[in-house]
Design a protein around this ligand. Structure first.
Ligand code: ATP
Length: 854
């Protein structure tokens, strides 16, 4: 029933601000976050790096001071790069945690507003509803049918009844409103609360282990062993060839440092975290980092209708009264409600809307559930009229609306008697009616009447209208709570809730990406079908099933049928869990949206649980892996697309890093098998590592989407990161880089250039062939000349930097001394360019040839 919130004004904003300053924020003490220094030092927390540092110090001590200092500088620069990546990731995750912070409804300056739970202060008046997590210890001021889950505090899983009665009026921080609605005054905040006394709350973004990172960690370990074996062989063969032992040892260790892809897992985190902030810009807040990986595999999106596929902007279009459907815009027709206001009374009084009498603008004065505000707006256009109307009624008791019963009841006290007013889904209300109110008199509800009413309701739902029926009965003062029976049917309203404009396009994108879109709604079958058809979610009525029909199917029948279904109508939240489970049985990767507290189990069960940012309750948000800040279906599709892009980018830099590292190791290995002088010395290997591994690999992590991102079928969830030919690509390209570098070195030797000159040729060939390859890694299907290399300016910048570094090392005298390089002439550059480009050329011809064969 309409409430006059001005009676309960709450604190003023200025008083709240004063108290916040005085008592501090309503938070539990946090664990200190990791300090930047710790992150920096962690970069050295790696065995091989320490071996290199020790070896360098010894060699420096024994003579090669400049070499030793340079190696140490390179090691520190690498650590700085690693630090920047990790620090940025930490920072963006911190920012996300703040975004995901819980909010609460509070009355300040007499108005209802949503604030961050940490800004709640002593004395604040909170409005809490089912699904809300209670943000502070409070005392209930007004209540209706409240059930609270206190399991977090007591371990007791059954709900506890709460009310304004003295022994039941305490509610505590961290516990959950399961049912009902209260207005409650805050008595304790932050560490003073019961919760503060006990422990920390689990409300942070969870930094769960990413399955991808785990797999890569495992792979990393294998590679470490492989690299160490090869480095060992290279060192021994070098010593056997008569090289200085210390030089060879340093070379072996440097090669290990360069070849072991220690940055791999760090870059995966960076790519995921950067992806998460990109998703945030598109209104999808990811709560669990690994969800980004799973998002890209999504094969079914189960979406709520109201608010997600539709705008949740409700307007009453038709009214069914006295066995006639009338237009809600027709002022002449509406005159009837001035004389006979039964329908108007039920829809206005049986409501949870609030009304601010001080607000002049009628649109703004009324707030609450959009269905209910729409119903009231159908009958009233001005504050004054509504105010006059509602003051003659008094709410004595109510049973709030819930999606399971799909009904709501208010008992109104008027002129010494009590009247039970009911509104809800037409079939549900009709079931409870034994009489009908027509043209001012009451008649028995015959079968004929029922048929007529249902036909009219169907007529409205076929036109995508969401229907709500109204009924009532007069009762004595002493009523029992089971009043919803023997009701008198009065009429119904047909409400339009237009589909969101961007949804149709998003559904089409899903279709082309092999993703099924499924609508789940509490609404009538016909309404759901009409909207589903409009949005291209379904094409025939066979694709629609109701909750009742669902109940009649066994699990095996359902899982056989479910792939063909696109709309689940008149379902309860419990049905959602069954739907998720049966899709999963068919090996689908399911994304499922939800808002109410009852949706939480289904959201947890789904591969990607999605909560609504605006309409969602705290409990659903906490069980979800992603929150839609704008409640919009199109945002889910954008997030799936981002998920695919991020996974693709991870594959890109894995391909790049591993083939380059393989190239480096093979260069040294082949040369030592051929019993040649080492083509690169330790310091040069470290330079290659610095110039090619750091910036270009990170830049690949933010590569923009390819055109075919949303054209391919979703990848299977358990697909290995190296699937679809990535291993071969890495092995072939890595080997070619190694072979071509050694060849460039051999050609140089054959031309009779000095050893330093030949080493500079090998160094340049190795660096350039990697920098060319980084652009090829932008696409798995296109040859280099068909790739738009300028689509990622970070990459262009990173590669330019690396080329400049190479030129500096070759041509600046000081660096020549440090890196043992020499300035190269035209002939030498011809060799370098030939051997660094030939691989791409062969690759392009191969890809074109392969394509023409298909
Ligand atoms: P979705 O699951 O897509 O959000 P929905 O919002 O239409 O669907 P519910 O809110 O469960 O699902 O509503 C189901 C039915 O209950 C509606 O079709 C309507 O008939 C009735 N209904 C909705 N809101 C109210 C209300 N506030 N009071 C009474 N009946 C309502």
């Amino acid at each position: 029933m309409l409430e006059q919130v001005e009676l309960l004004k709450g604190l003023t904003e200025s008083e709240a601000k004063r108290r916040l300053e005085k008592y501090g924020p309503n938070t539990l003490e946090k664990k200190a976050s990791i300090s930047p220094l710790k992150i920096f030092l962690a970069q050295f927390n790696d065995f091989i790096t320490w071996v290199l540092i020790v070896a360098t110090v010894i060699s420096g001590y024994m003579g090669e001071k400049a070499d030793a200092i340079t190696i140490l500088v390179i090691v520190v620069m690498n650590a700085i790069l690693g630090f920047i990546q990790e620090y940025k990731t930490e920072r963006s995750l911190d920012a996300l945690k703040k975004m995901a912070a819980p909010t609460t409804k509070v009355i300040r300056n007499g108005r209802l507003k949503v604030i961050n739970a940490e800004n709640v202060v002593l004395g604040d008046l909170l409005v809490l509803e089912s699904g809300d997590r209670i943000p502070a210890d409070c005392i209930i001021v007004t209540s209706s049918n409240v059930l609270v889950d206190e399991s977090l505090l007591t371990g007791e899983s059954t709900g506890v009844i709460k009310s304004t009665a003295k022994e039941e009026n305490n509610i505590y921080m961290g516990t959950i409103m399961l049912k009902g609605r209260v207005e409650a005054k805050v008595v304790k905040t932050g560490m003073d609360t019961e919760m503060g006394k006990i422990a920390n709350m689990l409300q942070n973004i969870e930094r769960e282990k990413s399955p991808l990172k785990e797999k890569l960690n495992f792979l990393g370990k294998i590679m470490v062993v492989g690299c160490i074996v090869i480095c060992f062989i290279v060192t021994i063969l070098g010593i056997m060839r008569g090289n200085d032992i210390m030089d060879m040892f340093l070379l072996g260790v440097s090669l290990a440092v360069a070849a072991i892809p220690e940055g791999l897992t760090a870059i995966v985190t960076v790519a995921l975290a950067l992806g998460v902030s990109r998703m945030l810009k598109r209104n999808a807040l990811v709560r669990k980092l690994p969800a980004v990986e799973t998002l890209g595999c999504t094969s079914v999106i189960c979406s709520d209708k109201t608010g997600t596929l539709t705008e949740n902007k409700m307007t009453v279009k038709k009214l069914y009264f006295n066995d006639r459907i009338i237009s809600a815009n027709d002022k002449k027709e509406l005159k009837i409600f001035e004389k006979d206001n039964m329908l108007k009374k039920i829809f206005t009084i049986c409501s949870d809307c609030s009304f601010d009498f001080t607000e002049k603008n009628f649109e703004k004065a009324l707030f609450g559930d959009p269905t209910e505000t729409a119903l009231i707006r159908a009958f009233f256009k001005e504050n004054k009229d509504l105010q006059n109307f509602i003051t003659s009624f008094n709410k004595a008791y109510d049973i709030p609306f819930d999606s399971e019963r799909k009904m709501m009841t208010v008992i109104s006290r008027e002129r010494g008697k009590e009247v039970c007013l009911v509104k809800g889904a037409p079939e549900r209300v009709l079931e409870k009616c034994t009489k009908i109110y027509v043209n001012g008199s009451i008649e028995p509800m015959t079968q004929l009447w029922k048929k007529r009413i249902l036909r009219n309701i169907e007529l409205m739902s076929d036109n995508a209208l969401r229907c709500i029926a109204a009924a009532y009965k007069e009762i004595g003062i002493v009523h029992n709570k089971n009043v919803e029976s023997n009701l008198i049917f009065v009429g119904a309203a047909g409400i339009i809730d237009p589909p969101r404009r961007e949804v149709k396009d998003a559904v089409m994108r899903c279709k082309s990406a092999g993703i099924k879109v499924v609508m789940i709604t509490g609404d009538h079958k016909n309404t759901a079908y009409a909207i589903g058809k409009d949005l291209d979610i379904c094409t025939s009525k066979e694709q629609v099933i109701t909750g009742e029909e669902l109940d009649r199917l066994s699990d095996s029948e359902l899982s056989a049928k479910i792939e063909g279904l696109r709309i689940f109508a008149r379902v309860n939240p419990e049905h959602k869990l069954r739907i998720v489970k049966n899709f999963k049985k068919n090996m689908e990767i399911v994304a499922m949206t939800g808002d109410g507290v009852n949706d939480a189990p289904a959201i947890k069960e789904a591969d990607i649980g999605i909560a609504m940012g605006i309409a969602g309750t705290d409990v659903t948000k906490e069980s979800a892996s992603m929150i839609l800040l704008d409640d919009n279906f199109a945002t889910i599709v954008a997030a799936v697309e981002e998920g695919r892009v991020i996974y693709g980018n991870i594959r890109k830099f894995i391909r790049y890093l591993l083939s380059c590292n393989l190239g480096e190791v093979l260069t040294m290995f082949l040369a030592s098998l051929m019993y040649l002088q080492t083509p690169l010395i330790a310091i040069q290997i470290l330079f290659v590592n610095l110039a090619t591994d750091g910036l270009p690999a990170i830049a690949l992590g933010v590569d923009p989407p390819e055109d075919d991102t949303m054209i391919e079928e979703p990848r299977p969830k358990n697909e290995h990161i190296f699937a679809r030919g990535l291993t071969e690509k890495i092995l072939i390209r890595g080997s070619l880089i190694g072979i071509c570098t050694v060849l460039s070195y051999l050609v140089g030797l054959n031309f009779g250039f000095s050893l330093d000159s030949c080493r500079t040729i090998a160094l340049s060939t190795l660096v350039l062939s990697q920098l060319i390859h980084v652009f090829e890694c932008k696409s798995e299907k296109k040859p280099l000349f068909r790739i738009n290399i300028f689509s990622n300016m970070y990459l262009v910048g990173a590669v330019t930097t690396s080329v400049l570094m190479l030129l500096t090392v070759i041509y600046v005298p000081t660096f020549q001394q440090i890196f043992h390089t020499v300035a190269l002439g035209g002939k030498q550059w011809l060799i370098i360019l030939f051997f660094s480009w030939i691989i791409s050329l062969i690759n392009t011809i191969y890809m074109q040839f392969g394509k023409s064969r298909n």
